[in-house]
Structures are given as C-alpha cells and as structure tokens.
Design a protein around this ligand. Structure first.
Ligand code: AMP
Ligand code: MG
Length: 404
C-alpha cells in the first residue's frame, strides 16, 4: 500500500489548472488571476486633500497668517478658478487641490471670521496633500498572475478601473453517493436505510472551498445505475463519488470506472480513516472514489480532494497550512497506517492547542462537526503526551478567545 506522501504527490502531478475565463471583478472573489492586473489610470488621479480644511499656497503665508476664503473645493465638486496669493479655498478630504494651491491646513488648526481664515500653527509646504500617482501609476502591474483575489484585491483593482479580470474559474464538481441503504435528506427512511449525509457534507464543504457542487444524488449498488450517474457527470471538472470503493461484494465503483476507461493512479493508501480511497483520470479529468464512512469521506476530502481543487484553481499553495501547536491530551501510539485524528483547536493565552476529539470512529459524523484541524500520527509513532509540540493540518481557524 502506498503512503499518504506518495499518494498526494501522485494526485498533484496529475491535475492541471483549468482554462482561464474573463469574469466581472465582483464575481472573482477567491479566484486566482491568470493574467496580471494593470492599472487604467494614476491613483490618485489628481493631487487632492488628505484633510477637511483649507487649501492655499505656502508662499502666500510667508508674510501673513490670515487668508481670504475664495471658494470651495468639495469632493465631487472641484474649485474651478485659480487661487491668487493671499487666498484660501475651503476643501474636503479627497477634493482636488485647486490651481495655485500646494498645501492644506486642517480645519481644527484654523479660526474663521468674516470670510477669512487664520492659521493658528506654522505649516509646511505640501502638508496634507495626496499627490497624483502616489499610490500607483497608469499601466502599473497592480497584482501579478497567480494572485488570489480577496476583498482587499477587489477594492484595489476597482479603484484602478479594472472591472473584468482573467481568472481560473470555480471548478464544477460532480458528486454522487453510492449505496442501496441511502435515502436523500427529507425523505422517509425505510427499514435498514440511512440518510445520505455524505452528499450534504460534500455540498457544504465544496461551497466553503469556493467550488460549484453538482449533486447527482444516490447510485444504487449496480453497475448500470452507477453508469447512469457517471454519464451525467461528464460536464464537471472533477468527479467525486462516495462509498462502494472497498472490497465488499457490492463495492462496484472501481469496476464500473475501469470499464469506462479510468486511468487508475492508486487505490488504497496507508491512512486511517480512508484507506480504500481511489484516484484516477476519467477522460483526463480527476476522479476520486471516496470511502463511504462519513469520517473517511471527510478526511479523504481534506487530504486529497482539497489539494487537487487548489491545483485546479491555479493556486500555488496546494496543501493546507501546517502549524505547530501544543497537544491538550495524550494520544495513543500510531499503528501500521498513518492516522489522521480530528481535533478541536483552542486558543489559550494567545497560543493554539489541539484537543483530539472523542468518537473518532470512521462511521461517525460527530467528530467533524467540531474539528478545526487534523492531527497526523505517523506510522509506528510512540504515544504522544499532553503538552507535546505537534504539527497539525489547519482546516479552519478557531473563534476568538474572549467573550463579552
Ligand atoms: P461503503 O464505503 O459503501 O462500504 O460504506 C461504508 C459505510 O458508510 C457503511 O456503513 C455505509 O452505510 C456508510 N455510508 C456509505 N455512504 C454513505 C453516505 N452517503 N452517507 C452516510 N453514510 C454512508
Ligand atoms: Mg456501500
């Protein structure tokens, strides 16, 4: 059986980024730029005031401290005239510095009387002016290809007039679960039947990861029914199934896929949970058969599918962050497979610690509910003690430490 490290390397060498598309900027949150973003104009586009106050020429206050108010330059309503020596213009933050002015005094440092303004403090030429092009210049590369867009990047590009971006699109991920015992949530359960919770989990998790889930429902444990669903999955960029990949008599996913021409890359990895995970390429597209036990589906999603999705969306950081944290409770020695324990992260005195969760059975949904990290326990590792430094795979950040 191959190790996790070999298996994940195999996944990542067999998945390529999707073809870029043009999208409106606001639709591109979380996506990766496939071309550099180039500024359409200087920013600021004109010298403007950083304060509410008065604009004037520094030269004109060498011989006086009181200036005549000649007009106003408000944000969105510039002053159209030319300032003469001895004059000031009332100005608001962001408004253009009028012709003839070069400095701004904040309103708090002035007194006003009879349409004149007196400056109460010495000023420096150029103070409180934001200069044209100070932030960026026209044709400047603001973000490089490969940058992931967050709200901050969207703000920056929109200020530069970039309303369309060339990005790697959100992957469409076809998912179906297999198993004669499965019933969709909301439908009545018959004898021996359970809810198809894996499909709900994967829809939610794919959305959390910025993908478009294409749920196809449940396949019965028959090759013809599995074929029906694989036929429907052809438009997707990646294909996920759950269940039916182990060695049971009714585990028919692998057989069906091989008959359809799956280029199998691996089946079975020395991990716990999730040993029977299957990976290959179906018509060149990545295809994962995840084991059906809920905690195994969830763990193999994080360990294999999530990095493959990162590769599909052109992200260069493929693996989840690994962090050194303190272990809150002891952990049993490792066995013949690399164990991945679900853990809750806690912030204690500003430092992170991991609490391995109870009920880690692969058939249980409970452990994933609280989990914020996976704790890898190497093959044949000695037992670990509370207080040990361990490395964990971060899935999500914990909440803040304080409540009010
Ligand atoms: P399998 O991988 O098909 O052998 O299934 C292993 C275990 O996971 C069995 O107990 C199944 O009933 C359960 N299981 C399989 N698929 C799902 C699913 N979609 N939702 C919840 N449990 C499942
Ligand atoms: Mg099954």
């Amino acid at each position: 059986m191959i190790s996790y490290d070999e298996a994940i390397a195999t996944v990542l060498t067999n998945v390529q980024a999707l073809t870029p598309v043009e999208l409106p900027l606001i639709k591109a949150r979380g996506l990766v730029l496939a071309s550099p973003a180039i500024a359409r104009w200087d920013m600021p586009s004109w010298d403007n005031s950083a304060m509410d106050g008065f604009a004037f020429a520094a030269l004109s206050i060498e011989s006086r401290t009181t200036l005549k108010i000649a007009g106003q330059s408000f944000a969105g309503h510039p002053f159209s005239g030319h300032l003469k020596s001895g004059e000031a213009v009332r100005i608001t933050t962001g408004a253009p510095i009028p012709d003839g002015a070069d400095s701004v005094v904040p309103v708090e440092e002035t007194s006003e009387k009879d349409n004149s303004v007196s400056l109460n403090r010495p000023v420096m030429k150029g103070q409180h002016v934001r200069y044209r092009g100070e932030e960026f210049h026209k044709n400047e590369e603001l973000l490089t290809s490969g940058t992931q867009l967050y709200a901050g990047g969207i703000s920056l590009l929109s200020s530069a007039g970039i309303d369309q971006v060339n990005v790697i699109p959100r992957p469409r991920v076809a998912i179906f679960s297999t198993g004669d015992e499965l019933v969709e949530l909301g439908q009545k359960l018959g004898s021996g039947q359970i809810v198809n919770s894996n499909l709900q989990y994967l829809i939610a998790r794919l959305e959390e990861c910025g993908c478009i889930p294409v749920p196809l429902g449940v396949g019965e444990d028959r090759c013809d029914d599995l074929n029906r669903l694989f036929d429907q999955a052809q438009e997707a960029d990646l294909l996920l199934t759950t269940g039916g990949v182990s060695v049971g008599e009714k585990d028919l996913v692998q057989q069906t896929l091989l008959q359809r021409g799956l280029e199998k890359k691996f089946w079975k990895v020395a991990i716990k949970p999730g040993k029977p995970v299957l990976f290959g390429l179906l018509e060149g597209k990545p295809c994962f058969g995840l084991p059906g036990n809920p905690a195994a589906t969830a763990a193999t999603f994080e360990l294999f599918v999530r990095p493959a999705l990162q590769q599909l969306v052109g992200n260069s950081n493929l693996l989840a962050p690994r962090l050194k944290v303190k272990l809150a409770e002891s952990v049993r020695a490792g066995g013949k497979r690399q164990n991945f324990l679900w853990g809750e992260l806690r912030i204690t005195d500003g430092c992170l610690e991991i609490l391995p969760l109870q009920r880690q059975g692969s058939g249980q949904n409970r452990s994933m509910q609280k989990a914020q990290a996976l704790l890898p326990v190497p093959i044949d590792s000695p037992s670990l003690n509370a207080g040990d430094d361990v490395e964990v795979i971060l899935l999500r950040l914990p909440q803040g430490e304080k409540t009010f």
